[in-house]
Structure formats: structure tokens, C-alpha cells
Design a protein around this ligand. Structure first.
Ligand SMILES: [Zn+2]
Length: 275
């Protein structure tokens, strides 16, 4: 495992930029605190990830090796292979930054790196990280938009997001004469969802005119795209995931209560041996 001279000094050589040298032993400081948010990530930290093959959450992986190649005259790209310790399948990840440590015997991703933010392309894609309860057509478009954004393909990302929003309106059977009216109707359909989310969607520039199928619209810049993607994802979660999770929670509690009342009627587990 690992790679040596033939890969062009992947660990060392061209990577002597002090900014790229991370102090060893510092605790990982990935800014995610909400545990449910960790489930939405590809990589949780330098040791665990959400496996795209077996779909296990927080499973340990092995960083098999890294290689690098010249993406352009001036830019290098790093390829990482990661194997799931549960299902043994290997995924591939690309980054413009060197994300691994230099150890030959304990080859790992650096601890202080937000891997998701630094990896711009993965196979399998992060498709799995969007909840399966969200309609597939919308999931595919949002995933493609995120992938395009990471590669800085802004036109492609913009097109996907426009389509994703219109797809949501179709799936939700929201008709209307213009875009703003339709978003307002969607907002009224879901009064329990934060109205501000719909307001963000309703005021997206270039969506108000009905030009989605025409060539003459401007792409959004990356900051606006990020806002639109995150807003739509929040809306999708609130519409398709949250209600189901609430229902399951309630059912689980009802089951537990039922079990307790059943046990109470027969005998308590502690006194069970006395027969
Ligand atoms: Zn796996």
C-alpha cells in the first residue's frame, strides 16, 4: 500500500508549502456538531465515513493509497482510494489539495481537514447522502448540481438547480401562472415549514421569468448556488424526511410503552427467575 517514487513524490516533494503542513496530533475540528448532520456527510473524519456501498453510517475505512497527476500546467490533482472496513469495497476521491499525512506505516487523511469540503469528486458520488425519501428525480438533480459546483461548472449546476426546483413544484402538483405564485402556493401548502426558506426560493433571480427551457438566462455564481442548494435541501428535508421521522419516533415510543405495559401485566424481568 501507499505509493513511492513513481507517483511523483505524492507525499513530500512538491508539497512543502507550510500552509499545507498540518500540526500533527491536533484534535479534529470539523465544524459539524449536529449529529444528524454527520449522517449527511461522505467523510465524518479521518477514520470513519458513511459507506456509499453498504450504506452503513459511521463505519471505519482504510485509506489505501494516494496518487497525484497534473490536472493542468499549474495545478495538481490527488487521487485517494478508500476501502470500507465493513463491506471491503473501494471508492475513489479527487482533490486539488494533499489531504493525507506523510506516514508510510500509518497512512491516513490528515486530522484537521474537512474532507467533504476538499474533495470535489467521488466515485460513487455522494448521491446516497440525500435521504431516499426525497423523490429520486429531485435527488439526482441536486446531487448533480452539487457535483458540478464542486468542479466549478456553474452553468451546469445552475441548470440542475432550476430543474430541481421546477421538478419539486411538479411533484407537489403546484400549478400557477408564474414562478413566484407557485412558490407562494407551496409555502401555503406547508405552513409548518420555516417561511423564510420559501422566501429565499421565491426571490431567486432569473427564476421569476419563465425562461427555464430557454438558453437566455444567466448562471448563478457559486455563493448564490450554495445558498439555493442548501435552501432547497432544507425544504426537501422538511417536506419528505421530517414528517416520516416524527411518525417513526412516535411509533417507537408507542411500542416501548406497549411492551412495558405487557411486562407489567405478567412479571417484571428481575423477578422472572423465581418463576
Ligand atoms: Zn461499506
Amino acid at each position: 500500500m501507499g505509493c513511492h517514487a513513481p507517483c511523483g513524490g505524492f507525499r513530500g516533494g512538491p508539497f512543502n508549502d507550510p500552509a499545507a503542513v498540518w500540526s500533527k496530533g491536533r484534535r479534529s475540528e470539523v465544524k459539524t456538531v449536529d449529529l444528524s448532520e454527520l449522517d449527511l456527510r461522505y467523510f465524518v473524519d479521518a477514520e470513519t465515513y458513511n459507506c456509499p456501498f453498504c450504506n452503513r453510517r459511521n463505519v471505519v475505512y482504510v485509506l489505501l493509497r494516494g496518487l497525484s497527476f497534473d490536472w493542468s500546467e499549474t495545478k495538481q490533482c490527488h487521487v485517494y482510494f478508500v476501502r470500507c472496513s465493513s463491506c471491503n469495497k473501494t471508492s475513489m476521491h479527487l482533490s486539488y489539495d494533499e489531504l493525507s499525512n506523510e506516514s508510510r506505516y500509518d497512512f491516513k487523511f490528515k486530522k484537521d481537514v474537512d474532507l467533504d469540503a476538499n474533495i470535489f469528486y467521488s466515485v460513487p458520488t455522494s448521491f446516497f447522502v440525500m435521504d431516499a425519501r426525497i423523490p429520486e428525480a429531485i435527488r439526482e438533480l441536486v446531487t448533480e448540481a452539487e457535483g458540478s459546483l464542486k468542479m466549478n461548472f456553474l452553468t451546469g449546476a445552475s441548470a440542475c438547480m432550476r430543474k430541481a426546483i421546477y421538478e419539486l413544484l411538479v411533484v407537489e402538483r403546484i400549478s400557477g401562472t408564474d414562478y413566484e405564485t407557485r412558490i407562494k402556493a407551496l409555502k401555503e401548502k406547508y405552513p409548518s415549514i420555516d417561511a423564510e426558506l420559501f422566501d429565499v426560493l421565491g426571490h431567486i433571480q432569473n427564476m421569476t421569468s419563465d425562461k427555464v427551457h430557454e438558453q437566455s438566462w444567466d448562471k448563478w455564481d457559486s455563493r448564490n448556488l450554495r445558498l439555493i442548494i442548501d435552501t432547497l435541501k432544507a425544504v426537501l428535508r422538511d417536506i419528505y424526511v421530517e414528517p416520516d421521522e416524527r411518525k417513526q419516533r412516535t411509533q417507537r415510543i408507542a411500542r416501548l410503552r406497549e411492551e412495558i405495559s405487557k411486562t407489567g401485566r405478567t412479571k417484571s424481568p428481575r423477578t422472572g427467575t423465581s418463576g
